[in-house]
Write a protein that binds this ligand. Sequence first.
Ligand code: CA
Length: 196
Amino acid sequence: MLTQNILLVEDEQAIADTLIYALGSEGFAVRHVLLGREALPAHRQSPFDLIVLDVGLPDTTGFEVLKQLRGNAEGRDVPVIFLTARAEEIDRILGLELGADDYVTKPFSPREVAARVRAILRREARSRSNAAPANAIWQHDPEALRIVFHGQPLELTRYEYLLLALLLSAPGRVFTRDQIMGRVWADAPDTTDRSI
Ligand code: CA
């Protein structure tokens, strides 16, 4: 399984150290930054699977950092867990519906944070596989020019293969006859559009 990358935004080094240790021993790769303004650039440079975000940062608040992330194409969907020290911050997290996935109050057990991280990443993986049920039934290997349906490799002619590959590339999309002719029969100019 691929190593999952976590970004930790936390200005208190001692807290960061315990989290880096707890997450590291769960097999996560952790990158740590101290300031809020470092979060978005770090995430854009190499996207993280999840961000653990302290609310009380020296240069900005975790809320602002989350708003920045959510307003950015790369950061829109990344799961975020807030670390918060005060009850009024929890009210804001819940009340403003900023789009965080979870929060943990300080003082916390690092193992609990690691458990929440794992739970959220599992939930994400599940919802991703539910979002693309077609992939479980159809498997397309473009390098081998092969399409597998319910585990059974299909014997296809060249144009059958190209047509099916086109349809699988955009499940649910409707193609016009012209679009299909243009893409599948592109190298056969004398084909009539009745071929489809
Ligand atoms: Ca702090």
